[in-house]
Ligand binder design. Structure first.
Ligand code: GLY
Length: 567
C-alpha cells in the first residue's frame, strides 16, 4: 500500500475509534449516551449542593470530601432539612470494600428528664417537643463531618467547608418551590423567633439571591477552627444564650461533650446482594434487613411491580417489622437492642408464618409494642467518586425547619429531634401512637431514628447507594426502591420515580401516593380488609446505581428539586 494511503487509512481508523469512544463516554465528561457517568456522581436534594459535591470530586476530592462539602452546602441552600444544627448518619464503602458507619445523631441535653414534656397531670404537652427551644437536642452534624473528614478525607478541611461559606456569603438563587415554601413558613418562624429579622420577609421570588451573613460567619469559624468553631467559643455562646432566652436546656457542657461515634455498620444479605446499612440508634438498618428477610422467599418478580400480591406481601412484612421496631429499638448505648435476633432470617420467616393471603392481618392481632412517630423532613444524599468510594448520608433537623428556632447571631436553625423520643412511654402520643421504654428520654441518650443510608454490593463490587427523607416512611421507601431495581428490573431513575406505599403497623392503614395503584388492585385489596389513605408524596429518594458496564446511573427524586450530577 502506498505510504500516504496507509497513513490516511490509519488516521481514518483512529478517527472512527475516537468517535466511537466519544459517543460512548462523551469525551472528557465521562458521560455515555444513556446519561450515565464513568467518573463519579452526586445526587442531593438541591441543585447547588449537588454542584458543590461535583466540583469537589472534579478537583480531586474523594467521596467523603464531597459528602462533607454537600452537608455544609445543604445547611445553606436547603434550610428545611440541611443543617449544622441537627444530626444524621453516614454509611461508607471504600472502593476496596472497607466499610464504616458514623452516628452523628443528636443527643438529649444533660438536663433532659423523662417527663420533661408532661404537665402536672401527666399529660403530654406535644407542642413543647416539636416547636421551640425545648425541642432541640444537642447537634451532631459538625462533629460528624469533622470525624468523617479526619478519617477518610483527602482535601484540606478548609477546602471542603469553603464552598458552603461562599454560598452563604454571596447568596444562592432560590428555587420556585423554595420561594413558595419560605413564604409559607413566615408565620411559624415569626412565632418562634420574636424580635428577630433573620429569614423573615413576606415576599420570596424564584431566582432571587439569598445571602446569609450570620451563617457565613459561623461557617467561617467552623472552617478555621473545626469542631471548636461550633462546640466552643462564639457559636457555643450564642447557642447557650439562645437556650437561656427561650427556656431550652442545651448547656456549654453538653456542646463540649458531644461526640459523633463510629459504629460497626449493619451487614445482611438479600439474594446475591450484600446490604450495608445503619445500625441503632437508627431503626432503619435493622428494619430494612428484616423487611428484605421477610419477602426473600416469595417470587416477587412473578407477582410483578405493585400487583395486589406484591403490595399485600410487602404491607404484611411492614406491619410486623414496625411492631418490632417500636418495642425493641432504641439507643444501644442505653438499651440492649436484640439486633442479632431481629436480623436473623429465620426470625422473619417465623414472623410471616401467620400471614394469610385471603385477608389482611389486623394490627391489633400483632404483638403490641410502641411506634415512635417521626415527622417527614429530613434529607439524603448519595455520592460515588472516581475511585469507586461510595457514601450515603441522611441528615435531619427532624421536622421541616426543625424547632423553628434560629440561633440569634449564628444564622442557623436548631433541630426538634427530642420529639423522636417517646415523650410518654406506654401511652399514646400526639398522633395516637405509643412510645416505648427503649426510646424513653434520658440525659445524653440518642433518640431513635428511621434514617436508612444504605449501600449495596453485588459480587464484591459496588451496586447501589440509596437513602431518603420521610420520617417513618424512610425505611419502606428504601426497601421498595431496592426491590424495584433488583426484582422489577427498573433503572435507577425509574425505581426512584415509581409510586410508593407505606404501612407502619399503627395506624392500621396503607398510605399510598396519589394515583399510586391501579383501581382494580385497590378494590381487590380492600375486599381483603386493607384500608388505604392517599397522600401527595412519600419520601424523596436520591440514589446511584453502578451498571454492569461500570457506569453510574443516578436517580434524583422528581418529588423535589433533587438533582443528579456526574462526570
Ligand atoms: N427525624 C427523623 C428520623 O430520624 O427518623
Amino acid at each position: 500500500m502506498d505510504k500516504n494511503i496507509k497513513n490516511l487509512s490509519n488516521l481514518l481508523i483512529l478517527c472512527t475509534f475516537s468517535l466511537f469512544l466519544t459517543a460512548c463516554v462523551g469525551g472528557q465528561t465521562g458521560r455515555n449516551n444513556s446519561g450515565q457517568y464513568k467518573n463519579g456522581m452526586v445526587v442531593s436534594a438541591h441543585p447547588e449542593a449537588s454542584k458543590v459535591g461535583l466540583d469537589i470530586l472534579k478537583k480531586g476530592g474523594n467521596a467523603i470530601d464531597a459528602a462533607v462539602a454537600v452537608q455544609f452546602a445543604l445547611a445553606v441552600v436547603y434550610p428545611d432539612a440541611g443543617n449544622i444544627g441537627g444530626g444524621g448518619f453516614l454509611v461508607y464503602r471504600s472502593a476496596k470494600g472497607e466499610l464504616a458507619s458514623l452516628d452523628f445523631r443528636e443527643k438529649a441535653p444533660g438536663k433532659a428528664t423523662r417527663d420533661m414534656y408532661l404537665d402536672a397531670a401527666g399529660n403530654a404537652i406535644t407542642e413543647k417537643s416539636i416547636f421551640g427551644h425545648l425541642a432541640a437536642g444537642v447537634p451532631g452534624s459538625v462533629d460528624g463531618m469533622v470525624k468523617a473528614h479526619a478519617k477518610f478525607g483527602k482535601l484540606s478541611w478548609a477546602e471542603v467547608v469553603q464552598p458552603a461559606l461562599n454560598l452563604a456569603q454571596n447568596g444562592f438563587s432560590i428555587t420556585e418551590s423554595q420561594a413558595r415554601e419560605f413564604a409559607g413558613m413566615q408565620k411559624s418562624i415569626k412565632k418562634y423567633n420574636p424580635g428577630k429579622t433573620y429569614f423573615i420577609k413576606d415576599k420570596w421570588t424564584k431566582g432571587e439571591l439569598w445571602a446569609q451573613k450570620d451563617l457565613a460567619k459561623t461557617l467561617q469559624l467552623i472552617r478555621d477552627k473545626g469542631r471548636d468553631g461550633f462546640y466552643s467559643g462564639e457559636v457555643a455562646d450564642l447557642i447557650v444564650a439562645e437556650m437561656q432566652k427561650g427556656g431550652g436546656l442545651i448547656t456549654k457542657e453538653d456542646l463540649k461533650n458531644y461526640q459523633a461515634q463510629w459504629r460497626d455498620p449493619l451487614v445482611g444479605n438479600y439474594k446475591d446482594y450484600k446490604i450495608i446499612t445503619m445500625p441503632p440508634p437508627s431503626s432503619g438498618g435493622i428494619a430494612l434487613l428484616q423487611l428484605l428477610n421477610s419477602v426473600e422467599g416469595y417470587p416477587l418478580k412473578r407477582y410483578g411491580f405493585n400487583s395486589d400480591s406484591t403490595i399485600q406481601l410487602l404491607v404484611e412484612a411492614e406491619r410486623r417489622v414496625y411492631a418490632d421496631r417500636a418495642t425493641h429499638l432504641g439507643d444501644p448505648d442505653f438499651y440492649k437492642v436484640p439486633q442479632k435476633y431481629l436480623i436473623n432470617p429465620s426470625y422473619s420467616t417465623q414472623r410471616m408464618g401467620n400471614f394469610n393471603w385471603n385477608r389482611a392481618t389486623l394490627s391489633s392481632d400483632i404483638k403490641a409494642g410502641e411506634a415512635p412517630i417521626e415527622s417527614e423532613e429530613t434529607t439524603h444524599f448519595s455520592i460515588v467518586d472516581r475511585q469507586g468510594n461510595a457514601v450515603a448520608v441522611t441528615t435531619t433537623l427532624n421536622g421541616g425547619y426543625g424547632s423553628m428556632v434560629f440561633v440569634n447571631g449564628a444564622g442557623f436553625l436548631l433541630n426538634n429531634e427530642m420529639d423522636d423520643f417517646s415523650v410518654k412511654p406506654g401511652t399514646p402520643n400526639m398522633f395516637g401512637l405509643l412510645g416505648g421504654e427503649a426510646n424513653a428520654i434520658e440525659p445524653g441518650k440518642r433518640m431513635l431514628s428511621s434514617m436508612t443510608p444504605t449501600i449495596l454490593e453485588k459480587n464484591g463490587d459496588l451496586f447501589m447507594v440509596v437513602g431518603t427523607p420521610g420520617g417513618s416512611t424512610i425505611i419502606t421507601s428504601v426497601f421498595q426502591t431496592i426491590l424495584n431495581t433488583i426484582e422489577f428490573d427498573m433503572s435507577m431513575q425509574r425505581a426512584v420515580n415509581a409510586k410508593r406505599f407505606h404501612h407502619q403497623w399503627l395506624p392500621d392503614e396503607v398510605l399510598i401516593e396519589n394515583g399510586g395503584f391501579d383501581s382494580l388492585v385497590r378494590v381487590k385489596l380492600e375486599g381483603k380488609g386493607y384500608k388505604f389513605r392517599e397522600r401527595k408524596a412519600i419520601g424523596r429518594v436520591d440514589a446511584i446505581l453502578k451498571t454492569k458496564w461500570g457506569y453510574y446511573e443516578g436517580g434524583a427524586d422528581p418529588r423535589g428539586d433533587d438533582t443528579k450530577l456526574g462526570w
